[in-house]
Design a protein around this ligand. Structure first.
Ligand SMILES: Nc1ncnc2c1ncn2[C@@H]1O[C@H](COP(=O)(O)OP(=O)(O)OP(=O)(O)O)[C@@H](O)[C@H]1O
Ligand SMILES: [Mg+2]
Length: 360
C-alpha cells in the first residue's frame, strides 16, 4: 500500500529529522539477506516537524548516505521511502460488502469525512479486508493520506539525488511490516517506536493497523534530562545513557523518571482514547495483549521493565528481522540487534522493496 507502486527491486530509505537510514535486502536462496545499510546525520533545520525545509540540502544528505553504505554495493537506484507519521492521516472505515466503482465511491465519500483536509490536497490510498460475521459480510478499509505539499518535497529531494522513487508509505506501515510476523494472526499489538525526536504509537489488530499517533516524548529528551540533572555536557550524557541505562545508575534513573512516567501516561491515555472511539468498527474493540518497543531509544537498559510496570502489560523489544531471518535470529554479523532496532522502519521499507511482487 503506497502512493506510488512498483514491481521493481528497491531499497528502503527512512527519513527522520536527525538521521537518514538506508537498508537494502535481496533474495538469497529462499530467504532475504541484508546487502548494505547506512545511517547519515541530517543537519538541523533540513526537515522539521516531518516537513522538508530544504530539498537541495536533503538531496545532498541522500547522496552522502548512498556513498557511505556498509556492506556490499547498492545495485539499484529505485527507492521505497518513508513519509512522516505526524503529517499523515490513518483511519479504518467499516463499509458494507461493495465492489468496483461502488466501493471506490464509498471510500472517497467516507474518507472526506475522516480526514481534516480536502481530498484534492492529499495523496491517499486504502487497503481492504473482508470480514465475515456469521452469514453477513462487511469490509474494513484502512485509509492513509498525506498532504501533497509534504510528499512532493520528499519526492523532489529523492529525484534531485538521482534516485527513482517507486513507493512511499507512512512509517507505521513499514514498522508493522518489519515487526509483525507474516501470516500469523497475532493477538492485538501495541507498537511504540521510541526515536531521537518523538514517539510513534501504533495499534495493530486483525492483520491491519487500527490507529496511529505521535507525541513529542523522545530519546533526545532522556539525554537532555541526564545532562541537566548531572550538570554534564550533552555528549557525555548521551554516552552515559547508552552505557549505563536505568539499571546501571540510580542517578540516571532519578534523572529520567519524570520523562518515562510521562511516556507511560501518554501511552495509557492514547490506549484509552483508542478503546473509546470507533464503536462502529467492530474489530477495533480489541484489548492490546502485548507492547513491542522499537526505535533506537528502545535500547535504553531497563526501559522494558519500567514500561511493563507502569502499564501492567507484557512488554518486549520488537525483532525487525522476524520476517527476514529464520526464527529465532535477531541480528546479522554486520548489524547488531541493538542497532537493528534503529533500522526497524528502514528494514520494513526494504522488505517492501525486496518483495514488491508480493502482497504488501
Ligand atoms: N543503547 C542505547 N541506549 C539508549 N538510547 C540509545 C541507545 N542506542 C541508541 N539510542 C538512542 O536512540 C535514538 C535514535 O533512535 P532512532 O534512530 O530510532 O531515531 P530516529 O529514527 O532518527 O528519530 P525519530 O524517529 O524520533 O524521528 C538516539 O536518541 C540514541 O541516543
Ligand atoms: Mg525513526
Amino acid at each position: 500500500m503506497s502512493f506510488l507502486s512498483s514491481k521493481i527491486e528497491a531499497f528502503g530509505m527512512d527519513f527522520s529529522e536527525s538521521s537518514l537510514k538506508i537498508a537494502f535486502l535481496r533474495p538469497k536462496g529462499r530467504r532475504l539477506s541484508l546487502v548494505c545499510f547506512s545511517e547519515t546525520e541530517v543537519p538541523p533545520g533540513v526537515i522539521t516537524g516531518g516537513e522538508v525545509q530544504d530539498e537541495k540540502q536533503l538531496a545532498q544528505v541522500i547522496r552522502k548516505a548512498v556513498a557511505n553504505l556498509r556492506g556490499k554495493g547498492l545495485r539499484t537506484k529505485y527507492v521505497v521511502s518513508s513519509l512522516p507519521e505526524e503529517k499523515s492521516f490513518l483511519d479504518v472505515l467499516s463499509l458494507p460488502a461493495l465492489y468496483g466503482r461502488e466501493l471506490e465511491s464509498a471510500i472517497i465519500f467516507e474518507t472526506e469525512n475522516h480526514i481534516p483536509v480536502p481530498l484534492a490536497n492529499v495523496y491517499f490510498d486504502f487497503e481492504k479486508k473482508e470480514i465475515m460475521n456469521g452469514a453477513s459480510k462487511h469490509q474494513e478499509v484502512m485509509i492513509v493520506a498525506t498532504p501533497k505539499k509534504v510528499v512532493d518535497l520528499y519526492l523532489s529531494a529523492i529525484k534531485l539525488a538521482g534516485l527513482f522513487p517507486v513507493a512511499m508509505e507512512i512509517e507505521s506501515l513499514a514498522v508493522a511490516r518489519a515487526l509483525v510476523k507474516c501470516r500469523e494472526d497475532s493477538a492485538p499489538l501495541l507498537i511504540v517506536d521510541f526515536g531521537e525526536n518523538r514517539t510513534s504509537f501504533i495499534i495493530y489488530a486483525g492483520q491491519m493497523i487500527r490507529f496511529t499517533s505521535t507525541f513529542p516524548i523522545s530519546s533526545r529528551q532522556i539525554t537532555e534530562a541526564i545532562a541537566n540533572y548531572l550538570k554534564i555536557p550533552i555528549a557525555e550524557a548521551g554516552q552515559l545513557k547508552r552505557s549505563e541505562g536505568l539499571d546501571g545508575s540510580d542517578k540516571l534513573l532519578r534523572a529520567v523518571t519524570p520523562i518515562l512516567n510521562e511516556l507511560v501516561t501518554q501511552v495509557k491515555s492514547h490506549l484509552e482514547y483508542f478503546y473509546s472511539r470507533d464503536k462502529n468498527v467492530p474489530s477495533s474493540k480489541v484489548k492490546v495483549a502485548e507492547l513491542l518497543l522499537c526505535g533506537g531509544g528502545a535500547n535504553l537498559r531497563g526501559l522494558v521493565d519500567f514500561i511493563a510496570k507502569g502499564l501492567d502489560t507484557k512488554v518486549d523489544l520488537g525483532n525487525p528481522w522476524v520476517n527476514i531471518l529464520s526464527y529465532p535470529l535477531k541480528e546479522v554479523p554486520i548489524l547488531s540487534f541493538s542497532d537493528s532496532l534503529k533500522y526497524t522502519t528502514a528494514l520494513g521499507l526494504a522488505l517492501r522493496g525486496a518483495c514488491s511482487e508480493t502482497e504488501k
